[in-house]
Design a protein around this ligand. Sequence first.
Ligand code: RRO
Length: 316
Amino acid sequence: MVDLSTSIAGVTLPNLLLNASGVNCRYENELQQLLDSSAGSLVTKSATLSSRDGNPEPRYAPLAGQIGSINSMGLPNQGYEYYLEYAKKFDYNNAAGKPLFISLAGMSLPDNKAMCEAFRDANLPCVLEINFSCPNLPGKPQLGYDMEAMEAALQVLAPIIGKPFGIKLPPYFDIAHFDQAAAIFNKFDNIAYVTCINSVGNGLAIDWESETALIKPKDGFGGLGGLMVLQTSLANVNAFYRRLNNGKQVIGCGGVTSGKEAFLHILAGASAVQIGTQLQEEGTGVFERVSKELEEIMVAKGYTNVEEFRGKVKTL
Ligand code: RRO
């Protein structure tokens, strides 16, 4: 049989598939569904200092033809204390061996600082993933597109977190931006991984019959995910895989609907693979199906573990 296990930021995942933050992970019962599934780990909904209801509905829509989704959720979450309490009672010795990732998305640097301090003080074995890339807050540009502000934030947060952590990045579309962002991340020893990518920000989906935007917030503008962003995701995974040093890893996210796309993410350099839109559409059974499909591809190609082909995409 083949081995789908992986290690990231000092924790071992029995299976390299997990949810994308934001999907099926706002409430404890949803997190339990992930624990009960074949996912190898779970990451919580990005948390803010105080709980938020998020943007008005409809705020998520799948797109016709199964090409992906658009969302402008607006960071609905229970507030970081809810996820801190969850992390405190989480069974880190669970029989499946699944580690816990906690996503934080403060509305300001002081908010991020306060949340990181609270998690540091709790001294738990969960891994923090700092989200620098929410595209859906009216009036708030993404930190991930402001290199100076992102570096300044990391200078404050990385020492507070102290131990290995990850950051969730927006997609970049220019080689100079890959270079600049990677040069910043390489300055921080305890950045263990980057997750590429968050949704492709500010698309507009319109129903041609009703001539109406599919979602309500921001005049219909929202982040794109799913199959239509696969190649952008693969490029970002590979760009950072090639540029990051000192063992920094990449988690792939974007466009995974089957074992084939999971395989492509690993070939591009991903150490783990998150599933967002397809999880939203299919439910937590997606993990068993995609794991099985990935295993079948590996068997057919003669691979027994993911290290054998990670990052080994061939170029012409
Ligand atoms: O809640 C959201 O609107 C949201 C977030 Br925080 C994010 O990081 N990515 C996304 O597509 N939606």
